[in-house]
Write a protein that binds this ligand. Structure first.
Ligand code: NAD
Length: 778
């Protein structure tokens, strides 16, 4: 299969510019085109799109250099160049005519293997591709990215009437292996999968809210995390998307599906008429009130603003607290009261709709779940929710609320009416129903190693409340953390030691990784604080020793230990990654030694490891600037905004690899462990003694600290912490040229940590973080 090595994105607006940024961030050079400008710079529009990328938050770029891979142009002068690239992505205005005209111009200029893709949100490909030569239609496909394209992993892949298998395969490959996306095939039906269901959910929610007399705040309280959906609920999400945009989408759906209930509610129309489009116009369903803290909301009865009120539903308190998604939905459907019934009715309406339209938008029910989870941020997709509630209970809810759901949904297939059925480690999914029959079941294709599925069909090797050791197969073990926030306490630390020991007893390797929200948020600082406040410094000393022992066990294990972080890898979590000889990072890895934020310093081997690497890689004059870089990293608690940035910052070096795709990250981590084992893995020899800079470095750090203090960037306590960090990196107050070993540096770490944790200001920082979830500058 011919790989995709270059791309053109046409349209440099919200989507086009960010798609270009993501492709470039993943190493694909991009030509970004927009309409030509009248003035001197004919590429001004595309240039503006590219230049604006550095200001977008959250950043669409894996690293700031990514924009260097984006060249710009315009559609009058550069279409021939576009035709020479492997993949053209059209992301211009959402209207058929301009898109069709553009495709007609491109068709004769396209190379024989160039793929033409559209990012349309909803226009069918059979309409857009009409009249294109057959050979181009074979290479015409929909790649519908979701906003923001770097962070939402869903890409709906839509085949037109003549799209070839090779085209679909090449697109699937680039999305999977290069762009960290989840390609979800969708049928060529207006608005495809996620928007169709997501917009129905919004429209139906507004309708039900008005019938039941619910307020905007009540609706948002019911349709957010309570239903496993993002905090924005319904109306805050609409404000974010833009009420005008929603209006266009609803109108589009109304035209495409005149028999369905897509209509713009008068309150929504009223806001559109007043140009109150939401966030972008500083007023929508919500707006700032008279004072800064006060918010106002639209009254759904009158359309006028009134002060925001808190929504309370006593009967749902227990549901909100439930962390297990399946149990949460069961509890929600068992609860009684005004709020519970409203939530049940709102949710049931969308679940029934998803089932009703499924056969016309997908050829696999799990794609609907994936689309809603990865494109709309639902924790659980519709068919999984129905399975959780139980088809019978859902059927009762539908009859209670007079909601029509297709009959096949409640028919048993192989003794079970649920969509998914676990059978000996395999998942058997219900076939899409054909007219008049409920169909059978087939084995669902897995996207990669799934811990959830593994848990359901395997016995752990060692199980504790905070971490579990699994057999991944092929003589590789997997250590999973699952404590609250995956923070490290004595149980998890002990499990690292036990797992390394076990792995060295007849296994070929160990992977440390999980599929929770974050890899690891760092040490359990509540425990540290408690001991410090009670003056139990021996306990703190013991805890740090254990941390250090865990890091050193990872580094010097006789079999390879692959640490595989994703999302947050902070503090202690980052230190474990630093000690792995082959980390496999998710492309979205936010790692950093953030201890200064809580008044402490990295003492689980992190400061030592950065010092060691720096001294080992340079000598004499070269070492000081490199050491200063490590000093700055720790003293400012810098966190990478992507895996790639973890390399740029100096946390990661050439031993580490970035996983091709988050879905297969743990498979790749296992493969790395196996490859190292097969190549005859030997642990690194204990680090030889290193020649440190001692007082020479301390003097240099002092100057830096003085300047930061003078400029007002550092408080007195910041300076104290920085001095402690500098002391370790320097190798202590010794003459330059003194030789020290790793253990000595670990001792320095521990001493510094103990001195800091004993100060009142550091304890205040820890307490503040625990209470407010953000650092205190004191
Ligand atoms: P946008 O209005 O932000 O940007 C469109 C860009 O296309 C503008 O820079 C405009 O100058 C340019 N353009 C318009 N007509 C052109 C033409 N004939 N030739 C060349 N350039 C032209 O729009 P957007 O939000 O980025 O949407 C682009 C496409 O992506 C649409 O099809 C939209 O439905 C789809 N989409 C949008 C989102 C979203 O959240 N915004 C999400 C998924 C898909």
């Amino acid at each position: 299969m011919q790989p995709i090595r270059s791309a053109t994105v046409i349209g440099s607006g919200i989507m086009g510019s960010q798609i270009a940024a993501h492709l470039a961030g993943c190493g694909i050079p991009v030509l970004l085109l927009d309409v030509p400008s009248e003035g001197k710079d004919r590429n001004a529009v595309a240039n503006k799109g590219r230049d604006g990328l550095k200001k977008v938050k959250p950043s669409p770029l894996y690293s700031s250099e990514a924009t260097d891979l984006i060249t710009t142009g315009n559609t009058a002068d550069h279409l021939a160049e576009a035709g020479k690239t492997d993949w053209i992505i059209e992301a211009i205005i959402e209207q058929p005519k301009p898109k069709q005209e553009l495709f007609q111009k491109l068709a004769p200029l396209m190379g024989p293997d160039t793929i033409l893709a559209t990012n349309t949100s909803g226009i069918p490909l059979r309409v857009l591709g009409e009249g294109l030569p057959e050979a181009v239609q074979q290479r015409f496909i929909g790649t519908h990215f979701f906003n923001p394209p770097r962070y939402l992993r869903l890409v709906e892949v839509i085949r037109g009437p003549k799209t070839s298998q090779v085209t679909a395969d090449r697109i699937e490959h680039v999305l999977n292996a290069v762009l960290n996306k989840v390609p979800v095939p969708a049928l060529d039906s207006p608005t495809f999968i996620a928007n169709r269901i997501g917009v129905q959910a919004m429209v139906a929610t507004v309708k039900i809210a008005k019938e039941l007399g619910l307020s905007v705040e009540e609706v948002d309280a019911l349709t957010g995390p309570l239903m496993g959906r993002p905090k924005t609920g319904t109306f805050k999400l609409v404000d974010l998307v833009g009420i005008d945009t929603l209006g266009h989408i609803i109108n589009g759906l109304k035209q495409a599906f005149p028999k369905e209930d897509f209509s713009i509610d008068p309150v929504i129309q009223g806001l559109i008429d007043k140009k109150f489009f939401g966030r972008k116009s500083n007023a929508g369903f919500y707006r700032k009130g008279k004072s800064k803290e006060d918010m106002e909301v639209v009254d759904l009865k009158t359309g006028e603003y009134r002060p925001e009120a808190k929504a309370r539903f006593e009967e749902l308190k227990d549901v909100s607290k439930e962390e297990n998604a399946e149990k949460k939905f069961r509890k929600l459907f068992a609860a009684q009261g005004r709020g519970a019934e409203a939530a049940q009715r709102i949710l049931s309406s969308t679940l029934a709709y998803a089932a009703a339209v499924a056969p016309s938008i997908t050829d696999e029910l799990s794609y609907v779940d994936e689309a809603m989870e990865l494109g709309f941020g639902w924790e659980t997709g519709p068919f999984k929710i129905i399975d959780a509630i139980g088809p019978e209970a859902f059927q009762s809810a539908c009859s209670k609320f007079k909601i029509e759901a297709p009959a096949w949904l409640f028919q048993s297939v192989g003794g079970d009416a649920r969509t998914y059925k676990d059978e000996g480690g395999k998942v058997l999914i219900r076939d899409l129903p054909k007219a008049g029959s409920a169909g059978g079941r087939h084995e669902m294709k897995a996207r990669g190693f799934s811990l959830a599925r593994h848990r359901a069909s395997h016995k752990p090797v060692i199980a504790t409340t905070d971490a579990t050791l699994w057999d991944m197969g092929d003589r590789i073990l997997l250590l999973e953390f699952h404590s609250k926030m995956n923070s490290m306490g004595p149980i998890s630390l002990d499990m690292i030691l036990k797992s390394v020991e076990k792995a060295n007893d007849g296994w070929d390797g160990l992977v440390i990784g999980n599929q929770g929200q974050n890899f690891c948020a760092g040490a359990n600082i509540a425990m540290v604080l408690m001991d410090a406040v009670n003056g139990e410094f021996d306990n703190v000393d013991q805890a740090i020793r254990m941390f250090q022992k865990a890091s050193m066990a990872i580094k010097y294990s006789g079999v390879p230990v692959v640490v595989s972080p994703h999302n947050m890898a902070l503090g202690g979590g980052c230190e474990f990654v630093l000690h792995s000889n082959r980390p496999v990072l998710s492309p979205e890895t936010y790692m950093g030694l953030v201890e200064v934020g809580v008044g402490l310093l990295p003492a689980g081997g992190g400061t030592k490891e950065l010092a060691l690497r720096t001294y080992q890689s340079g000598r004499g004059a070269l070492t000081l600037p490199a050491l200063a870089k490590a000093f700055e990293l720790i003293a400012t608690g810098k966190v990478s905004t992507s895996a790639r940035e973890a390399f740029d910052l100096g946390y990661m070096d050439k031993r580490a690899v970035i996983a091709a795709n988050e879905s297969t990250r743990l498979d790749q981590a296992k493969a790395e462990a196996l490859a190292m084992a097969r190549a005859g893995y030997r642990p690194p020899a204990p680090a030889p003694k290193i020649e440190v800079l001692g007082t020479e470095a301390i003097a240099a750090f002092e100057t830096g600290i003085f300047m930061l203090r003078e400029a007002g960037y550092a408080s007195e306590h910041d300076a104290l912490i920085a001095r402690e960090v500098g002391h370790i990196l320097a190798g202590g107050k010794v003459t330059a040229g003194t030789f020290v070993d790793e253990e000595y540096l670990l001792d320095l770490e521990r001493d510094g940590f103990l001195r800091l944790v004993g100060t009142k200001k550091s304890q205040e920082r820890i307490e503040f973080m625990l209470k407010k979830g953000k650092p205190l500058r004191n």
